[in-house]
Design a protein around this ligand. Structure first.
Ligand code: DGL
Length: 261
């Protein structure tokens, strides 16, 4: 799995819960985080370098645990490595549109994701009958990377993005960036029960399981204690602290290494 930073841990949390026997290698490209404001061509190049590293490590499936990298790179990755199963992040507009009672859906994502073909395709396909309110969550990824997801700054920033949505009666909020599930407490404080948060990570874990099963690649249940290897191109401590805070149940089996690509 890879992400620009710690965001992909929100996906790892679901994958580890659904597939507790699968070993995981996780790359955080912290030296280049955030990806959101970077041109798609640059995010594609960075993603390619990480995928090559993971394939050298003999990974059998790759989760692009980053909406921005999925938007910029997944089509090319699938063409370049047709034998490798890739699972990407797709903004969960479809379930949100189906569940919205007010017919008003919000999406919070990075500008890279919102400009991507994938999001625009999803929007046209699934959000034709709802009003879609879109906000680029500039600054939120940085706060999560600093471990300040519950800080007054996070609350203030979220208020600027979410208040206009609340004023437009948005009742379903799609999280289109894997860092944002860690902001759940702050989002709930701003929304005060008026928005349901839609996180695509559980559906991604189901897709990982489906693809592994289809290809007969599921880990042997006898090997019940898989290792979780974490690599970071930046400060490894940030990744370790975030793992301890949000995935403490994995701690005994985690190792952390610096990576230069
Ligand atoms: N976690 C990321 C995403 O899902 C990356 C955001 C960023 O680095 O800007 O888009």
């Amino acid at each position: 799995m890879f992400d620009s930073g710690v965001g992909g841990l929100s996906v790892l949390r679901e994958v580890a819960a659904l597939l507790p026997c699968e070993p995981v290698r996780y790359v955080a490209d912290a030296a280049r985080c955030p990806y959101g404001p970077r041109p798609a061509s640059e995010v594609l190049k960075l993603s390619l370098d990480i995928v090559k590293f993971l394939l050298e490590k003999k990974c059998k499936l790759i989760v692009v645990a980053c909406n921005t990298a999925t938007a910029a790179a997944i089509d090319t990755l699938r063409k370049l490595f047709p034998h490798v199963p890739f699972v990407g992040m797709e903004p969960a507009v479809k379930p949100a549109a189906e569940q919205s009672k007010t017919r008003s859906v919000g999406i919070l994502a990075t500008s890279g994701t919102l400009q991507g073909r994938l999001f625009n395709h999803t929007k046209e396909r699934y959000a034709a009958n709802v009003e879609l309110h879109v906000a680029a969550g500039n600054g939120l990824v940085e706060l999560v990377e600093q471990g300040r997801e519950d800080s007054p700054e996070a609350l203030a920033l979220l208020r600027t993005y979410l208040q206009p949505m609340l004023d437009s009666r948005v009742d379903e909020l799609v999280l289109g960036c894997t860092h944002y599930p860690f902001l759940k407490n702050s989002i709930d404080k701003v929304a005060q029960g008026r928005m349901v948060i839609v996180n695509p990570a559980p559906a991604v874990a189901v897709q990982v399981k489906r693809l592994l099963a289809q290809r007969n690649l599921l880990a042997d249940h006898a090997a019940a204690h898989p290792a979780y290897e974490f690599f970071s191109t930046g400060d490894v401590n940030i990744l370790e602290q975030m793992q301890k805070k949000h995935l403490p149940q994995l701690s005994e089996r985690c190792s952390f290494q610096a990576l230069s690509l």
